[in-house]
Design a binder for this molecule. Sequence first.
Ligand code: HEC
Length: 136
Amino acid sequence: MRQRLLPLIAGVLAMSAFTVSPRVQAEELGAYSGAQLYQRLCASCHGPGGAGDGPVAASFKTRIPDLTGLAARRRGEFPTERIRQILDGRSGMAPHGARDMPVWGVDLRTAGAADVDALLSRLVEHLRSLQKPARQ
Ligand code: HEC
């Protein structure tokens, strides 16, 4: 029990750190690389390597998608624009309304992050680098 709960608590703490003091945290993000942004904002759910196995994934009813197969699931083509829209959230909302994932573009802008477009580009590039080759 204890062993299962610890990673969960760690993950929730990692996520809430961003909301406790949004402005301070958001300002720091400007200096982060795509990989660092990913570890900071995404890994708690999607896992350190993007496989959908982050510490809080188990507490979600929705299955956390494996982000290493975004290209493989589309015949090897990484859907740059679509991913960007999912992260930005200003357009291309999820087809069935409610989503479990934070709307990053909106959240980051609300939190006072500078140059959110650049942060999102770095994240998209990091996701591209996580892609595993399509299976033949
Ligand atoms: C709180 C958990 C959580 C966090 C943190 C999170 N995601 Fe997600 N993500 C989800 C869930 C759940 C989905 C499935 C769609 C939905 O329900 O919104 C998803 C879907 C996605 C998708 C669409 C995948 C597909 O196959 O269409 C992408 C891309 C994505 N996330 C990227 C990110 C990035 C980049 C970050 C960090 C900036 C991030 N996620 C942080 C939970 C999370």
